[in-house]
Design a protein around this ligand. Structure first.
Ligand code: COA
Length: 416
């Protein structure tokens, strides 16, 4: 069952093969449906935000007779939700792997996919590959932003970009989408990611949560990121704090693998996961989603940042696939980008632990000599499944994670 969340065409429009028709969203992922034919849209079977059913027609397309194909009405059906299926398409006999969004980006920029080298799995062409190709043509530096606009390179003489403003100090403004108040109650079905949230959170209720909080002095890390950020930017990646938080968590999980485990339904067996697939809670227009960075244990901080950029781009476009959204083994939620200090994160089953990060604030603290200094303080709140994790384990893990972040150079010793 799908919910269409965006439509690119209307009745009477001409479409070509691979043109986007609409986006559909299930409780697992969003997928862009593309046209299999050249022709004219004759009928739309659903209005926006209606629920479409697997196997039923979405649109009728009258096939273009001038191209030698029988002129009869053909139908594009709602496909079963397999992201992979929609990303493997044949173009003129040459198999090119790319998502519809990437194909669209290529088309909009008149780029032939056959000329682009894909750096994804099985040579899949990623959005970054298209942007890299464009950047090479225009001499521009890749933008890290999800909007994928091209920004000009820094002139050689120019210094590092200005230090980030304290976003948390911004005055909150009302949301841009005003709620229309009609004076009547309104009931609407729970669909899409909200439906997934109902399922996951109801399952999480069965887990006895143990909470543990601490404060982390990020003064050194803030300084280090300022130094590394422009270097990452030159390589086309936006470096936020998350890659450090994620890598430090993975280093900690190597020491405390019970936090990267799962407990079976009957509570008889614990499975210690080999991969550190660290989920990142993302606030998107479609709602809360938690894609994960796979195999963090073998990734550098830069690779994590690059992967996070990809997930954020896809997440904000509502185009994350099932693979990115499943298989997480541990989660971090940086609610501090919005605000707050401490929170009570809810474990995502079958995972057994989650951490939530508060906003980084400049606060007075004492150094070793008893002098007051301007410290960059962030609070962390952990929740762990108390059936298999005791408080001491959670606290020791947190101490280790904290020590990596408070002395980022110490991470070097354990990085592979
Ligand atoms: N406190 C203050 N500032 C922070 C911060 C924190 N805890 N974490 C990040 N920032 C800064 C970043 O450094 C960045 O600044 P810059 O542009 O000057 O470099 C800015 O805030 C924006 O960061 P963002 O682009 O959002 O990247 P990120 O990697 O830090 O965070 C997400 C990515 C996906 C985690 C974040 O965008 C998000 O969605 N957070 C909300 C998570 C949520 O909803 N959790 C609740 C689940 S119930």
């Amino acid at each position: 069952m799908f919910v269409k969340c965006r439509r690119y065409i209307k009745e009477g429009d001409s479409v070509s093969q691979f043109d986007s028709i609409c986006e559909v969203q299930s409780d697992k992922a969003s997928v862009t449906i593309t046209s299999r034919y050249d022709g004219i849209i004759r009928k739309l079977h659903y209005n926006l935000d209606e629920i479409a059913y697997v196997g039923k027609p979405l649109v009728d397309i009258e096939i273009d007779a001038s191209k030698g194909v029988a002129s009869e009405e053909d139908v594009v059906e709602t496909p079963p939700m397999s992201h992979e299926e929609h990303t493997h398409q044949e173009i003129k006999g040459h198999k090119t792997l790319a998502t519809p969004a990437v194909r669209r980006l290529a088309m909009e920029n008149n780029i032939k996919l056959s000329e682009v080298v894909g750096t994804g799995k099985d040579n899949r062409i990623l959005k970054e590959d298209i942007l890299n190709y464009l950047a090479k043509q225009t001499g521009a530096i890749l933008p890290p932003s999800p909007k994928a606009e091209i920004i000009p390179p820094l002139p050689k003489s120019e210094t590092v970009p200005a230090a980030p403003k304290d976003k948390a100090r911004k005055i909150p403004v009302p949301v841009s989408r005003p709620i229309v108040f009609s004076g009547k109650d309104k009931t609407e079905p729970v669909t899409g990611f909200q439906k997934a949230m109902v399922k996951t959170m109801s399952a999480a209720l069965k887990i006895p949560h143990f909470g543990y909080c601490d404060e982390i002095d990020l003064t050194q890390l803030v300084q280090l990121r300022e130094e590394l950020k422009p270097l990452a930017q030159i390589r086309g990646v936006k470096l936020s704090f998350m890659p450090f938080f994620i890598k430090a968590a993975s280093l900690g999980l190597l020491q405390y693998p019970i936090l990267n485990a799962s407990l079976d339904e009957s509570c008889q067996n614990v499975t210690y996961k080999a991969s550190h697939n660290i989920g990142v809670a993302m606030d998107t227009e479609q709602g809360l989603i938690v894609p994960n960075v796979k195999n963090v244990q073998v990734c550098s901080v830069f690779e994590i940042a690059s992967e996070l950029n990809r997930l954020q781009s896809l997440g904000s476009a509502g185009q994350l696939g099932t693979n990115d959204l499943t298989g997480g083994t541990f989660t971090l939620s940086n609610i501090g980008t919005i605000g707050g200090t401490y929170t009570k994160p809810v474990i995502l089953p079958p995972e057994v632990a989650i951490g939530a990060l508060g906003k980084i604030q400049v606060l007075p603290r004492f150094n070793g000599k008893g002098e007051v200094f301007k410290a960059q303080i962030m609070n962390v709140s952990w929740s762990a499944d108390h059936r298999i994790i005791d408080g001491a384990t959670m606290a020791r893990f947190s101490n280790l994670w904290k020590s990596y972040l408070e002395n980022p150079a110490s991470m070097l010793l354990d990085l592979k």
